[in-house]
Design a protein around this ligand. Structure first.
Ligand SMILES: Nc1nc2c(ncn2[C@@H]2O[C@H](COP(=O)(O)OP(=O)(O)O)[C@@H](O)[C@H]2O)c(=O)[nH]1
Ligand SMILES: [Mg+2]
Length: 256
């Protein structure tokens, strides 16, 4: 199989305590296990006041495959990924893009497992917390465990999505025919925050992506704090209802 250009895209806001180690692990350990592809990293920083971008800049000076995009300001994780996808596709020539958190909650060692399924011909490989073998932190309180599943389950039930983890933040998308056609412009996005994940998943499914869910263990944050707020619950509900409305209107969007 031809070598592909695969970019791990990492949005960051105040992740200075974990980003350096993550970049080292990816470039020194994980990428060495993927010799058949050309691996790169693109960090999209929301102009973090804690100096996250400086750490990335220093690493990129000695690693030509580490790239940095600094936004004017923090605009939401969805907006950051949209900029990152566009940059990786148009300027870096990505064949596939991987969404990956910068706070230590995703295990970099799972990346080769995602890529193996891409190599097997899948267009959209989802690291799933809610299939056999997947997990969220055992130490989370019950309300947090339930909350974590709420958005994804609502999306699955209301929209008939054929996946078990609709809000996973760890996934690989094929560019040709798929990521390149996502609604990446701000006026096309239903959410600039976490709920963009439900929208893009819906779009991928409507475009007939071959999907594979593989189990992942979602870890505890290394340091820093979550940027998710109560607003994201209502935002997710809005996105689910907006998509349901579209689905009713357009037979093209019939998923089930
Ligand atoms: N550039 C950018 N990154 C963000 C933004 N919001 C979250 N992130 C990053 O996205 C990743 C996941 O966010 P996090 O708050 O940990 O989400 P949670 O794990 O669902 O609580 C982390 O690396 C964050 O620093 C944002 O508005 N802009
Ligand atoms: Mg997190």
């Amino acid at each position: 199989m031809n070598p592909m250009k695969i970019f791990v895209i990492i949005p960051t806001y105040n992740e200075s305590k974990s980003i350096g180690q993550l970049l080292d692990t990816l470039s020194e350990k994980v990428f060495k296990k993927i010799p058949n592809h050309q691996m790169g990293i693109l960090v999209v920083d929301g102009n973090s006041p804690d100096g996250t971008a400086n750490i990335v800049k220093t690493k990129s000076a000695s690693h030509s495959n580490i790239h940095l995009l600094v936004e004017k300001e923090k605009r939401g994780i969805g907006a950051a990924y949209a900029s990152g996808f566009k940059h990786a596709i148009k300027n870096l020539g990505a064949d596939a893009v991987i969404e990956f958190d910068g706070d230590g909650q995703h295990d970099p060692n799972d990346i080769p497992r995602l890529i193996a399924e891409f190599d097997n011909g899948h267009d959209y490989v989802i690291g799933s917390r809610y299939i056999a073998g997947g997990a969220i932190p055992a130490e989370w309180a019950l309300y947090r465990k339930l909350l974590s599943q709420l958005g994804g389950l609502t999306a699955k039930l209301v929209l008939g999505l054929p996946v078990n983890d609709a809000t996973s933040g760890f996934k690989l998308s094929r560019v040709a025919g798929f990521a390149e056609n996502l609604p990446l412009d701000e006026n096309q996005m239903l959410s600039k925050y976490y709920a963009y994940k439900i929208h893009w998943l819906y779009e991928m499914i409507s475009r007939g992506a071959k999907i594979k869910e593989i189990p992942i263990q979602f870890l505890e944050r290394r340091s820093g704090s979550s940027k998710s707020t109560i607003r994201d619950i209502f935002d997710s509900l809005y996105v689910v209802l907006a998509l349901r409305f579209r689905k009713n209107k357009s037979p093209k969007h019939k998923l089930s």
